[in-house]
Design a protein around this ligand. Structure first.
Ligand SMILES: [Ca+2]
Ligand SMILES: [Ca+2]
Ligand SMILES: [Ca+2]
Ligand SMILES: [Ca+2]
Length: 414
């Protein structure tokens, strides 16, 4: 009975976030175990180094960072206090295969840094109160490459969390992995107290700095809605050729909408087979005249496993001639775009209510102007996120149940 009470207390402490940041180590051998996923909401995906460009891992595109552009990367800074910043090309031989190998191959580093010298990575643009998981990708390349790593987010003096690691030895504890040359992500999970996280590397030995291979920062507990698609793209989000039926948009009451060659007056389609969007319509060449009246484009997406009350969908549209309304699950949202909206995509139109569990449907009510047949087309770019229901809510409910059971049992003895 006493053991059960202690267990419940521990669970309550963990679930209520009574601890600060959490440091952990995630071994990586290939794309499948990289933890890099299109379902995640990232604020930063950075591949440091030169020679093989930004890695694309499981569909997630990394931004290449080297000495030429490091100071121009938004919401990011890499500073050194002695020595200099250098970028190295691609090296192999560290037990990683797949596309993620291009993240671990090349790196930047603080060359000629003095013992006790400090290099810092700063991620900014964070939202106070949001929980993030910052991952610093690392692997062995000789040593002793020992550094004290400090995490600073709360703005109060002193590191919020610290660890000392030899980058050249993954067998040492921490990180305590299975072999010296095991690549891994150094994960730091924290709830932001300010809009930036600074990670400082204070190195112990001259010219043995930490190599910086890559950095990601993901929002914890939130996922991208991966079943939302732009108009005119395939399952991978790549633009389809004109004449192809759109696999995700139906022209209601007639047929699948057709991916279409844009009218010369319209914003140009993104290139075929690239990420982006394309015009769709009733015909394959939008220069052709079609009947005036309503053209309703419908698409659906799946919120299974996500909290519909937390869903938020952002939509940018271009339309010839008017977007009269957007229906979410059959209900008007009152969102529209006035005449002339085909020279560019609109500002984001945001939906943040009216979602339901499972499959949701969006219908775009487009109107082609009166006055006889004239050109018509529709184009949309959609993105969205939703929370993953928290296991801790369930754990708390379960813990509460245990307490009730315990209290109930204790009553007769009192
Ligand atoms: Ca690379
Ligand atoms: Ca601090
Ligand atoms: Ca890299
Ligand atoms: Ca028209």
């Amino acid at each position: 009975m006493r053991a059960a009470i202690v267990y419940v207390s521990v669970v309550l402490l963990c679930a209520s976030g009574a601890f600060g940041g959490v440091i952990s180590y995630l071994p990586i051998t290939n794309d499948a175990d990289s933890g890099i996923s299109l379902t995640k909401v990232y604020t930063h995906t950075l591949d440091l180094g030169v020679g093989d460009g930004g890695a694309i891992v499981n569909g997630v595109h990394f931004t290449r960072v080297d000495t030429a552009n490091v100071d121009a990367i938004p919401n990011f800074a890499y500073t050194v206090y002695t020595g200099g910043r250098y970028a190295n090309p691609h090296y192999i031989g560290y037990n990683v295969s797949g596309d993620v190998e291009k993240l671990f191959g090349d790196f930047m580093f603080n060359g000629n840094n003095a013992p006790g010298g400090v290099a810092t990575l700063t991620l900014s643009g964070l939202s106070v109160g949001t929980t993030y998981d910052t991952r610093i990708y690392t692997r062995a390349a000789g040593g002793p490459r020992v550094a004290q790593i400090d995490f600073e987010n709360d703005g109060a003096p002193g590191a919020d969390d610290s660890v000392t690691l030899d980058q050249g030895d993954a067998l040492a504890n921490p990180p305590g992995l299975d072999t010296i040359n095991r690549a891994y992500a150094l994960s730091y999970q924290f709830t932001a107290q300010s809009d930036q996280l600074t990670v400082s590397f204070t190195q112990a030995v001259f010219n043995w700095s930490w190599h910086q291979y890559g950095v990601t920062n993901e929002v914890v507990g939130v996922e991208r809605i991966t079943t939302l698609f732009n108009t005119g793209v395939d399952e991978n989000g790549l633009v389809l050729a004109p004449g192809t039926p759109d696999p995700h948009y139906e022209l209601v009451g007639t047929r699948p909408a057709t991916v279409a060659k844009n009218h010369p007056n319209y914003i140009g389609n993104d290139p075929v087979a690239a990420e982006g969007s394309s015009w769709i319509g009733p015909v394959a060449d939008l220069h052709a005249d079609v009947a005036p009246g309503n053209y309703v484009y419908a698409t659906s997406f799946d919120l299974s496993g996500l909290d519909p009350d937390s869903a938020e969908v952002s939509i940018r549209v271009a339309v010839d001639n008017i977007l009269q309304d957007v229906l979410l699950n059959g209900a008007s949202t009152g969102i529209g775009v006035a005449d002339g909206g085909f020279g560019g995509l609109s500002e984001p139109l945001v939906l943040d209510s009216g979602f339901q569990p499972g499959i949701n449907t969006l219908e775009f009510v487009a109107v082609n102007n009166d006055g006889g047949p004239n050109p018509h087309g529709f184009r949309a770019e959609l993105s969205g996120t939703a929370s993953v229901p928290e296991p801790s809510t369930f754990v708390l409910a379960l813990a509460g149940l245990f307490v009730l059971v315990l209290l109930g049992r204790r009553k007769p003895a009192a």
